[in-house]
Ligand binder design. Structure first.
Ligand code: C2O
Ligand code: CU
Ligand code: CU
Length: 483
């Protein structure tokens, strides 16, 4: 298949498919025409394992008290060095791709003043956080170019791997692609007491796919049908990197921050991971897994004990759903020495939580509408900013049934609430899907039932498909939680 081929025909009427070129060249320095050899080098596919894994830096608060930490972040266009010798224009939090990590504590308020130094209307969403509607990145609450907005994150949730990303109305597929994504790691006391690996042995891994133009800029091919798939895998902004590891236990936090590409991760010759967490926190107990599937926006946390391997072992993390240039995700190079091991694999992590029985049932059909303009729909409708699709009651649970009538995967995501997966196509969910989640894959032709628990706030929140192209056009609905 020709990677330059636009797979979706008939998008001409869709206003959403604007030129990414304009976005990509904003702030770009003229780089001149690369020589033929360099051009071959830059258009890929790229050799994996050439660079060390970068770890995004942790942001320092501008001020802090025991109850509150205050940060300032500027969203701006900048240049990233992704391909040696080339400059890639990006949009980034603090101008970096990926953005800096924010570390937060359960029960302690995090406030972030986001400034928009780009030429576009932007918006910040803390994915997986439970925050008041006006701090949730609702599409109506955008930050105009030159503007700023203060976000309040009370951190009600348990320890978890969250992330923040742009949520610009109808444009998230471009802004996420351009680089506006970062980790937000929530910690709590219980997690601390478990003796999990910490510091440099606790590794956030943001997996994304990209493609490149001859000049090193990101290439975006519109594809409304499947969503964007790139020909190159990046982890924390580096092409299929390598990471030197000691012979000891590591905690790896996988995040799929790709627009639409799913992954199925496996290690070496099917050697196991020990899964400890998913989207919104730790599981009741660890699970041995040989494959980890990761749809857009999902997180999975695992422990890997590298003391099981001899020094010199090179363990490749593979994407079993990948093609020729997209199957190598990264590599772990086992080094001599492990030091004294303080970390351990806990036997139990968090007690299962009791929830009230559901008081309402809702069904959402997921489909593609072909005419007059192609778009993705939720129960036959596109997103309506002024339309409320349902009004659940605060402190209740409901059953939401997602019925996928289309040929594509829809990773459905709810803002403002966490949910349990009740069934996947009539069967009990996979053990890995039995914790609290915020995003769940609904496979083609399948039905998935989830039970959201509306715990904290009244007001309007969106829910949508997290294949960015689908959510933008416009498989997205709006709930209003009422007292
Ligand atoms: Cu990552 Cu509307 O979400
Ligand atoms: Cu979200
Ligand atoms: Cu979708």
């Amino acid at each position: 298949m020709n990677r330059r081929e636009v797979l979706w025909h008939g998008v001409t009427g869709a206003a959403i498919i604007c030129s990414f070129d304009k976005l990509a060249t904003l702030g770009a320095r003229p780089s001149g025409k690369p020589a033929a050899a360099r051009r071959r080098e830059v258009t890929g596919p790229f050799r994996p394992f050439q660079r060390d894994l970068p770890i995004p830096r942790t942001l320092t608060p501008v001020s802090r008290t025991r109850k509150r930490e205050y940060y300032e972040v500027t969203m701006r266009e900048a240049i990233a060095e992704i391909l040696p010798g080339f400059q890639t224009p990006i949009m980034g939090y603090e101008g970096s791709y990926p953005g800096p990590t924010i570390r937060a504590r359960h029960g302690r308020l995090t406030e972030v003043l986001h400034r928009n130094a780009t030429g576009r209307e932007l918006n910040v969403h803390l994915h997986g956080g439970i925050q008041p509607p006006d701090s949730d990145g609702h599409p109506q609450d955008f930050i105009p170019p030159g503007g700023e907005r203060l976000y309040h994150f009370p951190n009600h949730g348990r320890a978890a791997t969250l992330w923040y990303h742009d949520h610009a109305h109808g444009e998230t597929h471009l802004t996420l692609y351009a680089g506006l994504a970062a980790f937000y790691l929530l910690e709590d006391k219980r997690e601390r007491s478990l003796g999990l690996p910490r510091g440099k042995f606790d590794v956030p891994l943001m997996i994304q796919d990209r493609a490149f133009n001859d000049d090193g800029s990101f290439l975006y091919e519109p594809n409304l049908d499947r969503g964007f798939y790139g020909d190159t895998i990046l982890v924390n902004g580096a092409i299929a990197p390598r990471m030197a590891v000691k012979r000891r236990l590591y905690r790896l936090r996988f995040l799929n921050a790709s627009n639409a590409r799913p992954y199925r991760l496996s290690l070496g010759n099917g050697r196991p991971f020990i899964q400890i967490g998913d989207d919104t926190g730790l599981l009741p107990k660890p699970l041995v897994r040989r494959k980890i599937s990761l749809q857009p926006a999902e997180r999975v946390e695992v422990l890997v004990d590298f003391s099981d391997y001899r020094p010199g072992t090179k363990l490749v993390l593979r994407n079993e759903l990948g093609g020729k240039s997209t199957s190598a995700v990264m590599r772990f190079d086992v080094e001599r020495g492990g030091g004294k091991e303080e970390a351990r694999i806990p036997r139990r992590m968090v007690p299962p939580q009791k929830v009230p029985p559901p008081v309402a049932e809702r069904t959402w059909t997921l489909n593609l509408m072909g005419a007059p303009t192609p778009m993705w729909t939720l129960s036959d409708l596109g997103f309506g900013m002024d339309r409320v699709d349902c009004r659940p009651r605060l402190r209740t649970t409901e059953l939401w049934r997602f019925v996928n009538e289309s040929q594509r995967i829809h990773p459905m995501h709810l803002h403002g609430v966490h949910f349990h997966v009740i069934s996947e196509n009539g069967r009990k969910p996979d053990p890995a899907d039995r914790g609290w989640k915020d995003t769940v894959a609904v496979m083609p032709g399948e039905t998935v039932v989830v039970r959201p628990y509306f715990t904290h706030y009244t007001g309007r929140y969106v829910f949508h498909c997290h294949a960015a192209e689908h959510g933008d056009l416009s498989m997205m609905g709006q709930m209003e939680v009422v007292a």
